[in-house]
Structures are given as C-alpha cells and as structure tokens.
Design a protein around this ligand. Structure first.
Ligand SMILES: C[S@@+](CC[C@H](N)C(=O)[O-])C[C@H]1O[C@@H](n2cnc3c(N)ncnc32)[C@H](O)[C@@H]1O
Length: 191
C-alpha cells in the first residue's frame, strides 16, 4: 500500500516521466523475470526500477555470483530502493548511460536487460537512441525484456515500438497478457 502511495505521489509530480498509474503487478514481475532465465545470466541490468517490483523478483531469482545494477532517473525512487533493497546497487541516472555503468562495473556487455521504462512516454527519437544503446550493451544471444500495455500496443505508437524492436533484434517474442493495471505482456527480445 505504502509503495502504491509513494508511486502515485511521483506520478502526480512527473506524469510524463513515470508513464504509469501504478507499480507493476506481482504477476507481471514474475512473468518478466521467468522469461529472463536469470540462472544463465552473469551480468544483469534493470532500467527504471521505480519502487522495485521487478527488483525484488530479480534479486530472488539471480545467482548470488551474478552482478546486478539498476539505473533510475527519479531521485525519490532511488532513495526508496536504498531503504527497501539495500542489497541492490541502484544509480540515480538515465538509462542512456548504461554503457558508462557497465564499464564502471568492469564489463563491456551484459547478458540481460530488464526494463520498466515508460516507452509510450518517449519521443520516437529517444526510443531509437535508447534501443540502440540497449542493443549495443548486450552480448550476442543476450536478452532484452520489456513490457507493454494491452491493448495500447495496437495504437500507432505501440506498433512503431514493436517495429523498432523487430528491426533491431534477431527475434522478438510476445508473451500472453497478464493481470496488471492496465493488463500487460512482455516482449522478449534476443540479440
Ligand atoms: C512505468 S514506471 C515502472 C516502474 C517499475 N519498473 C514497475 O514496473 O512498477 C517507469 C520507471 O522508469 C523510470 N524512468 C523514466 N525514464 C527513465 C530514464 N530515462 N532512465 C531511467 N529510468 C527512467 C521512471 O522514473 C519510473 O520509475
């Protein structure tokens, strides 16, 4: 409950940057993490963790030997995560800076990128720039996972985002839709 209130207060302050009305559901978090096959991943990056619904599921599923960090642009969410998930490394910075933080952790590339970013709130040029950086940051065969709201994926913005993913990644799979506010599904993109 406290998590939802905190989330909503940030939505009221920055609606365009949050791009959702509530944190993702536990079901969506379980789906995205299950599809990420984290047992095989040595380096994992989360983008836009918000209040940490995916973070919690990632930390539970990943191997203790794996390296994990997150990039979150909202300072209030970073401070919340420092309190609720002190074991997680969360930087207050934009997802655009993923390459710099991989270097800081001693890596060229990562195996998994799990995104909570609000794609529909970004201009197409920003989507293109971010997807290019995400693709560059993954090893060959690495997975990028992100969610989309149903049925908004059928609107022109949603269709152009799918085309952007399909043009960049070797394969893009769409999961079933799960209960969420609004209902959502996951794109599983393989480099
Ligand atoms: C739709 S919310 C999702 C939050 C959380 N992952 C969830 O599923 O409940 C989008 C999150 O992305 C963050 N965000 C937006 N733009 C960002 C950017 N350029 N870099 C990093 N985080 C960003 C927002 O502050 C917010 O926490």
């Amino acid at each position: 409950m406290r998590e939802s209130i905190n989330f909503l207060s940030q939505v009221i302050k920055n609606p365009a940057k949050i791009g959702a009305i509530a944190p993702s559901s536990k079901g969506l978090a379980e789906l995205i993490v299950q599809e990420a096959q984290l047992q095989d991943a040595k380096v994992i990056v989360e983008l836009g963790p918000g209040t940490g619904v995916f973070t919690r599921a990632i930390l539970e599923a990943m191997s203790p030997e794996s390296d994990y960090f997150a990039l979150e642009i909202n300072r209030n969410f970073v401070e919340t995560l420092e309190f609720t998930h002190p074991e997680a490394t969360v930087y207050h910075d934009s997802a655009e800076a993923i390459g710099e933080y991989l270097k800081k952790h001693g890596h060229e590339k990562c195996d998994r990128i799990i995104s909570g970013l609000p794609w529909a709130a970004f201009e197409f040029e920003q989507q293109q720039s971010l997807i290019a950086k995400i693709h560059d940051s993954l090893v060959d065969g690495g997975l990028f996972l992100t969610f989309a709201y149903f049925p908004l994926n059928h609107l022109p913005n949603g269709r152009s985002f799918y085309e952007l993913l399909s043009g960049k990644f070797t394969s893009v799979q769409k999961t079933d839709t799960v209960s969420n506010l609004p209902p959502a599904f996951v794109y599983v993109c393989e480099k």
